[in-house]
Design a protein around this ligand. Sequence first.
Ligand code: SAM
Length: 244
Amino acid sequence: MRIDILTLFPEMFAGPFDASIIARARAAGVLDIALHNPRDYTTDKHRIVDDYAYGGGPGMVMKPEPIFDCVDAVRPMADAPGKLVLLTPQGRLLNHDVVAELAEEPRLILICGHYEGVDERVRAFLVDDEISIGDYVLSGGEPAAIVLVDAVARHQPGVLGSELSLEEESHAQGLLEYPQYTRPAEFRGMAIPEILLSGHHAEIAKWRRRQSILRTARRRPDLLAKAQLTPEERRLVEEELARE
Ligand code: SAM
């Protein structure tokens, strides 16, 4: 997968893209990331990328020309035309399904806004999709792009140690993941659940499923309402919650 990122602050990506999963995906050749600065596509002496908002109001708006010109130059840099995504707090919310959908694309071109945002013509006439990483406002699209790239990288084949870890993680099945423990089995008087030491894989799988369902019921009832549960599992949730 190739990801092009248009950003006025390419230095913000050093670090996050050079460590852990993203670095591993890049080293394995399954993720190719290229950064492009719209400022390099300005034609005036002062390389201006922002201007005052028509109609007044505080803050500056990113000008359309450097963004359109940058996209025109970046598109031919790879075979696939790429899905053009604007990071914006007004976009559709990033969740597991949206990440899985974007991870299927051979190429993404991400546009990071800054200041008061980008000229509306970028949104209306250039981009294919708009993504928000949550209902709050960041100073720029760069942290949002890093979040999106990390989440998408995990879906690329061979990036995670085991494909199973992706399927079992929170949100993959519409549920939160069960509690995880590692050695030692007892620490400062806190013992791990006996079942995990039993070596009985079927019983452990049952325990984990139950924990996953109950944890989701307690923390994210909104998710549980949409999850696929058997009638017995729904009964279990009702009984457990009634007891609390
Ligand atoms: N004035 C804009 C508004 O009210 O919708 C907010 C602009 S914000 C200060 C600057 C840039 O940060 C945006 O253009 C966008 O690229 C990015 N950004 C801010 N919050 C975001 C979010 N929740 N998800 C994705 N990108 C975000």
